[in-house]
Design a binder for this molecule. Structure first.
Ligand SMILES: C[S@@+](CC[C@H](N)C(=O)[O-])C[C@H]1O[C@@H](n2cnc3c(N)ncnc32)[C@H](O)[C@@H]1O
Length: 355
């Protein structure tokens, strides 16, 4: 299906699908996110996905790899909730808080909020209101960081990095299962690259279906493939076949029926005693020959700083930051053969098959 913007009845151009073939190769900033339709060739994709640090996983030990870094400081909202309830917040409730808190940031008009915060700061400063100055400085710092990470650098969605990670899969019209799908971004990117299949998104927080995915912008363009020509094509959420299931992954009754089982930022939320079970979720729904694709946030100075500064937004659940060797070792030890591994902007990425 060609994705040129359709002429509207008044002769202008409809904005429902604002980007078409003529935008391939371009990037632009809008108030909440970056649009990135740059279409690098294979060489540049290889650079976007720095890969293959480990030649033989059986030779790597935990002694060599070290242990993941644990993010300890929890969100004030969680601490307050626990103090008032006089109990620990359950894991599911923690995710519900996280998803609401994180979602608020994706829908911000960042330049407008930055300007507002700056003028608040000036006013408080001119009136010597020190506690307000401190709060406004904190807001300004978090907004500036978000502007850089999500909007300017596009480090969270990272479409070019994700395309580099997902490219070259031996699948046609795949059935894709996304575990802990949140807003479902990566299943949409995969669906655009490998069109004609179906994606099943699973998250036990209903807000993810109604808001994080439900309100994901219909006008966000995903650069994928034209099935007729094999060339590039722009795809939109509404053109993809997506089912969203609100349930615990542990309750899924699927058989071995998926070509791709995917998770993005799931494994690192489970302490080591649960990791074999989580990795089994990525194996048990795969067709013979199917692939598991996992990403986890990288352990780098920038990321440690991000989870410090954004603690009140992000830190509701157990979380580790790991490097690609540590992540790969978890998969290798739990019966996966690693086909490709590497790093994209803020995540590690692995494509693997059960051994
Ligand atoms: C950290 S998020 C994934 C990162 C995601 N890309 C984002 O932007 O938030 C993990 C998601 O997994 C979901 N989740 C965690 N454990 C689950 C389980 N046992 N069953 C279903 N969903 C689960 C959470 O509700 C959450 O939305």
């Amino acid at each position: 299906m060609p994705m040129m913007p359709a002429p509207s009845p008044d002769g202008g151009v409809e904005t429902k699908y604002p980007y078409g073939e003529e935008h391939i190769g371009t990037t632009e900033l809008n108030p909440s996110y970056r649009v990135d339709l740059r279409n690098p060739g294979p060489e540049e994709l290889d650079r976007l996905f720095e890969s293959d640090q480990v030649k033989d996983w059986s030779q790597l030990s935990w002694k060599d790899a070290g242990r993941p870094y644990r993010v300890e400081n929890m969100a004030e909202g969680k601490k307050k909730w626990e103090a008032e309830a006089n109990e620990d917040m359950s894991v599911k409730t923690s995710w519900e808080h996280f998803n609401r808190s994180f979602h608020e940031w994706f829908v911000k008009d960042v330049p407008r909020e930055l300007n507002e915060t700056k003028s608040n700061l000036k006013q408080h400063l001119s009136r010597f209101r020190w506690s307000e100055v401190k709060a406004a400085l904190g807001d300004y710092m978090r907004l500036s960081l978000w502007n850089y990470v999500q909007r300017v650098e596009d480090g969270i969605w990272d479409p070019r990095g994700k395309r580099a990670l997902f490219r070259g899969l031996d699948v046609e019209k795949p059935r894709i299962l996304f575990l802990g799908a949140a807003e479902g971004y990566e299943a949409m990117q995969l669906s655009a690259m490998y069109p004609g299949g179906e994606a099943v998104l699973v998250d036990y927080d209903a807000f993810c279906k109604t808001d994080r995915y439900g309100r994901f912008p219909d006008s966000y363009p995903f650069l994928g493939t034209n099935p007729a020509t094999g060339g590039p094509e722009v795809w939109y959420k509404e053109q993809m076949k997506i089912e969203y299931i609100v349930d615990d992954i542990r309750n899924l009754a699927f058989g071995r029926e998926f070509d791709i089982v995917l998770s993005v930022g799931l494994l690192e939320h489970f302490p080591d005693e649960y990791k074999p079970e989580v990795l089994d979720w990525h194996r048990k729904f795969l067709k013979p020959g199917g692939v598991a694709i996992l990403t986890t946030p990288r352990d780098q100075v920038k990321s440690r700083l991000y989870y410090k500064i954004m603690a009140d937004v992000m830190n509701y659940t157990y979380r580790e930051l790991m490097n690609i060797r540590q992540m790969g070792l978890y998969l290798h030890e739990n019966g996966f053969g690693i086909l490709r591994h590497g790093i994209i902007k803020v995540h590690n990425g692995i494509v693997a098959k059960p051994r």
